[in-house]
Design a protein around this ligand. Structure first.
Ligand SMILES: NC(=O)c1ccc[n+]([C@@H]2O[C@H](COP(=O)([O-])OP(=O)(O)OC[C@H]3O[C@@H](n4cnc5c(N)ncnc54)[C@H](OP(=O)(O)O)[C@@H]3O)[C@@H](O)[C@H]2O)c1
Length: 300
């Protein structure tokens, strides 16, 4: 068994490598077949997935059984201005991997986002896999096109949407709040966008389990429970022992202060229905996953 991980330097890519190397995650063992897999972990300097010929040639040369695509242009605000780069990484990249996987019979696990949704409140009901995307940002639009290409060009695919991701390695909201919590008396955080914080440990664990299955298709995979960014920030301050106050603001107030920022969906809480109904996995409450993060994170 050979697993190719693209975007291996990112938050998720690094967590996947750690779990595959250890043969387990805090949530349980890596499935037997994948535990002894050869892992090929690459990033943009090894292969730019936006280059179709190079991607097809690379996959043909290495003949992976599974490709897990963690590569993306994830700077949501940057995608608004750097639109060609976003299109290449988030749409053409997955298309090229899908074409390459189809040629060698590999399974493709592709990671997408809650930002494919428009953010209409949906009566307070988390969105399951039957909900219709209508992205409101360049990031969301390019990621949605990437999903469609994967569906179109690779039969054995898993498209897994996650949200509000934080891992031990790389930059994320949790680390930013911890840093601000050490130096500021207060931080102002948006309180009218609601979603699901997701620990990269949980996502990686479930991606590996899915990759071992034949349950192809579309998935949501996020921490269970819903909160606002301000509520998320308040829990981070509490768990990190910071006295820094979280001052809630509206998206409109944030946009007035940050005119370059991309629009973000107000309601992008996801329901992991397909995961529950196929491999039977329930995601942990986001608070439990965050508490474990603080127990294990070395502060870097
Ligand atoms: N972070 C979140 O909150 C979040 C939320 C929802 C969904 N997701 C999705 O989850 C997945 C993993 O996110 P993450 O936070 O782990 O991402 P990340 O930390 O930003 O890592 C992405 C990696 O992909 C690389 N990359 C970018 N363009 C590439 C290209 N054309 N070819 C090859 N590699 C390329 C990046 O290199 P450079 O650093 O050099 O650009 C980086 O090392 C992505 O699909 C993302 O869209 C993330």
């Amino acid at each position: 068994m050979k697993i190719l991980i693209t975007g291996c330097r990112g938050q998720l890519g690094q967590e996947l490598q750690a779990q595959l190397a250890a043969g387990q995650s805090p949530l349980g063992p890596v499935p037997e077949r994948l535990r002894h897999a050869t892992v090929l972990a690459i990033d943009i300097e090894d292969l730019d997935i936006a280059d179709r010929e190079a991607t097809v040639a690379y996959v043909r040369r290495h003949q992976p059984d599974v490709v897990i695509n963690c590569a993306a242009y994830t700077n949501v605000d940057g995608c608004e201005t750097d639109t060609d780069a976003a299109f290449k990484a988030n749409a053409l990249g997955p298309r090229n991997l899908a074409m390459a996987c189809e040629k060698v019979g590999a399974r493709l696990v592709h990671v997408s986002t809650d930002y494919v949704f428009p953010g209409t409140e949906n009566g307070g009901i988390p969105l399951d896999e039957s909900a219709l995307p209508a992205p409101v940002s360049a990031y969301g639009r390019t990621k949605w096109l990437g999903e469609q290409y994967v569906q179109q060009f690779c039969r054995r695919h898993f498209i897994v949407r996650t949200a509000w991701l934080y891992g031990y390695k790389g930059k994320n909201f949790v680390k930013t709040m911890v840093r601000l919590g050490k130096t500021q008396q207060s931080v102002t955080v948006v309180d009218d966008q609601r979603g699901n914080p997701t620990n990269a440990v949980d996502l990686a664990h479930h991606l590996i389990r899915l990759a071992d299955s034949h349950e192809y298709g579309l998935y949501h995979c996020t921490g269970s429970g819903v909160c606002s960014w301000a509520e998320f920030a308040a829990e981070i301050m509490r768990l990190s022992g910071s006295a820094c106050k979280v001052l809630p603001c509206t998206s409109a107030e944030y946009a007035a202060a940050h005119p370059q920022a991309a629009s973000r969906p107000a309601w992008s809480a996801l329901d992991d229905r397909a995961l529950r109904c196929t491999v039977g996995d329930a995601m942990r409450p986001w608070q439990a996953a965050l508490a474990e993060y603080f127990q294990n994170w070395n502060g870097e």
